[in-house]
Design a protein around this ligand. Structure first.
Ligand SMILES: [Zn+2]
Length: 482
């Protein structure tokens, strides 16, 4: 007995030693780079972005509502505002109102780099009434530029053009060819991005890397890490919508069967909500914690350093919040439910729509199989809608990732940089055949409040932050192409 107890004690001590040693070696992945001298960015960038916001380049779910003339005038505005850029760049022939600009480099043997952004914005519902500034006013005060599109994503289009115009003014000539691709319907179908990606593929162009929006600098959102954290999206989730329907004989409500169409469908929906997809701690989400956990306190660090043992605990913790839950599993969201016409008539038909966001590693086909297995009721028809997107590939944390990290640290010396999984969707997903190195980041400093402004009320950008966006793009162009 005594030797048994000794054995257990020895094993425990051994385990603790392994945990501690692994924690010790789970060291910071943050590299230090000397901060660069802050470029003086002219105040004209403020009025330029404000003016851009005033063009109502709205993408509606119903594409026939799109005001194409606004996009044309927006283009004219860009030509006038950035004369050097538009007289230097080759405007590639894209049939939609998306824009592909080519800045030729001197060394044709280098693969090009592509910077993405989008011209369109989501509608501003409740126009005016709940906004402190009218949504498309482009109002400016001492601290902010206000309006729809300031953070999503005209700061990207204008920021890139400001950076290019500035460098052209300094007579800078890139070695590597640079493309700027500005989609016109990122917020809906992304058909512009698809057209551009096909165009580049046809020309056999493979990009060294692609940088789109999709990650930002989070401030106070990851509570366990004190500094702001710059999140570079290395992958994004896919999406699929499934229609469920039940057709059953009707009749009078005075002699009902045990279940009506509504009851049958409700059961199916309850089952789906009760059986979420399995959680997985891998890919972009594991990469995120590999980068930020070393910056946390000892206990948190120990947990993430020993995911081999604490995997179930980690999944449990991350499942606890909607935002982190979305990062570790394919999510199920029942968004529409319809059934019944009249109080005394048994419904013959009920239907529901369920929207899934698919974790990299799974596919739309897996989603349909999951739904069939969980519902397991032949009375429920299950149909995958056309137009689904499988998740993106996961880009690595190699030299391109490091180059973006370096540029971030040069512009924002205090931040922690980390890769992560984007749970929304960006235009970048359409470019997968153009490059295997696709990253999603724009250096907007956003706290919890600011995140709600994106697609929400009172969208605005801090003026100093916008100037840093311009500086970041200048440096990104220099670091990648000069
Ligand atoms: Zn966007």
């Amino acid at each position: 007995m005594k030797s048994f107890a000794k054995g257990v004690l020895f094993l425990l001590l051994f385990l603790v030693a392994v945990l501690v040693i692994r924690t010790f070696f789970f060291s910071s992945r943050q590299q230090k780079f000397p901060a660069i001298e802050k470029v003086q960015v002219s105040d004209s960038v403020i009025q330029n972005l404000a003016a851009a916001v005033r063009f109502k380049t709205v993408s509606y779910e119903n594409d026939s509502l799109r005001d194409t003339s606004v996009f044309s005038s927006f283009h004219k505005f860009l030509y006038q505002t950035y004369p050097l850029a538009f007289s230097t760049f080759v405007k590639e022939n894209i049939s939609s109102q998306s824009m592909l600009l080519r800045w030729d480099g001197s060394d044709a043997s280098l693969k090009p780099v592509i910077f993405l952004s989008h011209q369109d914005v989501v509608p501003a519902t409740d126009e005016g009434s709940k906004w402190t500034h009218v949504p498309f006013s482009g109002d400016v005060d001492a601290q902010f530029i206000y309006g729809r599109g300031t953070i999503d994503d005209k700061c990207g289009v204008l920021g890139l053009l400001e950076a290019a115009e500035y460098l052209l003014n300094k007579n800078v000539k890139p070695k590597r060819t640079i493309y700027f691709a500005f989609g016109h319907d990122e917020e809906t179908k992304g058909s512009g991005a698809q057209e551009i990606a096909r165009y580049l593929q046809k020309k056999n162009i493979e990009a060294e890397f692609i940088l789109d929006e999709g990650g930002s600098i989070t401030s106070g959102i990851i509570k366990e890490v004190k500094p702001d954290v710059a999140l570079i999206g290395i992958a994004e989730k896919g999406r699929a919508t499934v229609d469920l329907s039940v057709d059953i004989e009707g009749g009078h409500s005075s002699m009902p069967p045990k279940q009506t169409a509504i009851g049958v469908l409700s059961d199916a929906i309850s089952k789906l909500e009760a059986h979420p997809f399995d959680a997985r701690y891998d890919g972009g989400t594991k990469a995120l914690f590999d980068y930020i956990a070393p910056e946390m306190n000892f206990v948190s660090k120990m947990i993430f350093a020993n995911a081999w043992l604490f995997g179930p605990v980690i999944k449990k913790i991350l499942s606890g919040k909607n935002s982190t839950n979305a990062a570790i599993r394919t999510t199920t969201a029942v968004t529409i439910f319809k059934g019944g016409e009249k109080e005394n008539v048994l419904p013959t038909h009920a239907s529901a729509v369920v929207n899934f966001r698919i974790l990299p590693g799974e596919t739309a086909e897996d989603v349909v199989n999951h739904v069939k297995n969980v519902v397991s009721d032949e009375r429920v028809k299950i149909k995958l809608r056309e137009g689904y997107d499988n998740p993106s590939a996961v880009s690595d944390e190699g030299s391109e990732f490091k180059l973006i990290s370096k540029t971030i640290k040069e512009t924002f010396p205090e931040v922690i940089v980390a890769p992560y999984l984007v749970v929304g969707a960006t235009d970048a997903r359409h470019y997968q055949k153009v490059s295997k190195n696709i990253y999603r980041f724009i250096p907007l400093v956003l706290n919890d409040e600011d995140l709600k402004r994106m697609h929400g009320l009172n969208e605005r950008i801090n003026i100093e932050n916008y100037k840093d966006v311009v500086r970041f793009y200048m440096r990104m162009i220099e670091n990648s192409a000069l």
